[in-house]
Write a protein that binds this ligand. Structure first.
Ligand code: BES
Ligand code: MN
Ligand code: MN
Length: 450
């Protein structure tokens, strides 16, 4: 590979040392620090117009580089916030002290999304240095992606004119593998909620009352277990009503995705996999909806034993959605069903958190074709159009509010372990990503003059 300046990694390390965890109040100042740090780097890259937009949450960065109205405009999106690093004892090196081991950068955010976002800063810098950019740029970076993008959603709705562009460019997704490069064309939506089941008005002695009163943890477990049937299909009435049927072409594209079950199981130390009957692993993690408990708690979980029937039990539940499911409708269906299956001895409260609309983007665009050529040039292979299981809710908003398609050109790999302990990003993918982004701009700028 050509051009691999070492100082790019040193700079990324500075970024990774800022613990910009959006989920925690104690890191509010760190999020601001990350935003200021990025502004400095964008300036050094040659971007002239920059704004730090204050919000109710973490600041948004908006930057512009206008050259010529005959050039197409690319809106670059990314996020500087990261997931909480816990559990800390499972990290081999501390999450905010980046280090390289075996050609991989280890740190929280190394891939999601600081490493991938910083590739764009360096790609833009290289293009401007070479005077090779034939596009206008708008850059939009937020610090609340991992907690639902509330501030950015408001900003996008309030700034439709300002954000006008021909394509949104995002690196916040994964490749199928380095041997089988891909461009992401689909993301699942999300419906996230919390449930609370209440039994007696206080925690009780399990000997005095046990056997005669409802135990909310026992009952919550039963209710949750009933949400899937024997074929691992979700039992909420009407849940699948809006799931779109794949076209012939879409089925063919999915069938192209290589998959090795033995390796997959080995990478997760699993004896067997588990999922909806009638679908394979690729389908289960891309074009099918799911329901999962993310956390469950209640009663006594401290040291030793305490004989108690708890008053309350809680769970956080998420559903990944696919076209054309609607998160608001699914929230209503879930709530109604969960209330209906609750025994009369307990009361149930359902609180929605955040949601996201699923998306599929077109491959029949100048931007997709330019990205495909860039991959051919830099990776020597035509990329597969793949649908992924994760969610980036703002992508649907770009489509529905601004009318702009997003090009999801991400360079992560499943083994990067985003959101997990020991998140990492391959040094190869970092540099190769920069090269591919540069090639994309050259291709897109040359072929999209207005
Ligand atoms: N970058 C991820 C989404 C992603 C990862 C998409 C890999 C495709 C492949 C993003 O930062 C993320 O984690 N999104 C959240 C949703 C959000 C509303 C919390 C998710 O998917 O859980
Ligand atoms: Mn991300
Ligand atoms: Mn994430």
């Amino acid at each position: 590979m050509k051009n691999q300046p070492l100082h790019y990694i040193d700079e990324l390390f500075e970024f990774l040392r800022i613990p910009s965890v959006s989920a925690k109040k104690e890191h509010t100042e760190d999020c601001r620090k990350a935003a200021h740090w990025l502004i400095e780097k964008l300036k050094l890259a040659g971007i002239t117009h920059m704004e730090l937009v204050e919000t109710e949450g973490n600041p948004i960065i908006y930057a512009e580089y206008f050259q010529d109205s005959s050039y197409p405009t690319v809106l670059v999106y990314g996020h500087y916030d990261v997931q909480p690093p816990e559990p800390l004892d499972l990290w081999k090196s501390p999450p905010f002290e980046p280090e390289i081991r075996q050609e991989r950068i280890y740190a929280r955010g190394a891939c999601d999304d600081k490493g991938q976002l910083y590739m764009h800063v360096k790609a833009i810098e290289e293009l401007l240095n070479e005077n090779a950019l034939r596009c206008n740029l708008k850059i939009l970076i937020e610090g609340e992606e991992e907690i639902g993008s509330n501030s950015l959603e408001r900003f996008v709705i309030a700034n439709k004119e300002k954000l006008r562009a021909d394509v949104v460019l995002v690196s916040d997704t994964s490749l199928i593998s380095n041997e089988c490069p891909s461009i992401t064309i689909g993301l699942r939506g999300l419906c996230y909620l919390e449930v609370e089941v209440t039994g007696p008005n206080r925690d009780l002695h399990s000997g005095i009352y046990g056997g005669a009163v409802p135990n909310p943890i026992n009952l919550l477990c039963e209710m949750i277990a009933s949400l899937h049937d024997q074929d691992n299909r979700i039992t909420i009435p009407c849940f699948y009503d809006d799931v779109a049927i794949l076209s012939e072409e879409e089925q063919q594209e999915i069938a192209k995705v290589p998959f090795e079950l033995v390796e997959y199981k080995k990478s997760l130390d699993l004896h067997d996999i588990h999922g909806e009957k009638g679908y394979n692993t690729i389908e289960r993690t891309s074009i099918r909806p799911t329901l999962d408990v993310n956390g469950i708690w209640g009663g006594y979980i401290g040291e030793g034993a305490k004989t108690v029937i708890p008053s309350k039990a809680f769970a956080k539940i998420s559903m990944r959605l696919v076209p054309d499911q609607d998160p608001d409708k699914i929230t209503k269906l879930f709530t109604k069903h969960f209330q209906a299956i609750a025994p009369s001895s307990v009361s149930v409260k359902v609180t929605p958190h955040h949601g996201g609309v699923p998306v599929v983007v077109s491959t029949n665009t100048n931007a997709y074709r330019a990205a495909s050529s860039a991959f051919e040039k830099c990776w020597g292979k035509t990329p597969i159009a793949s649908r992924e299981g994760g969610s980036i809710p703002i992508v649907a908003l770009f489509k529905h509010t601004l009318g702009i398609d997003t090009l999801l050109m991400g360079f992560g790999l499943d083994e990067d372990a985003i959101h997990s302990p020991n998140e990492s990003y391959g040094v190869f993918n970092f540099y190769k990503g920069i090269e591919t982004i540069v090639a994309f701009y050259k291709e897109y700028g040359a072929n999209s003059l207005k």
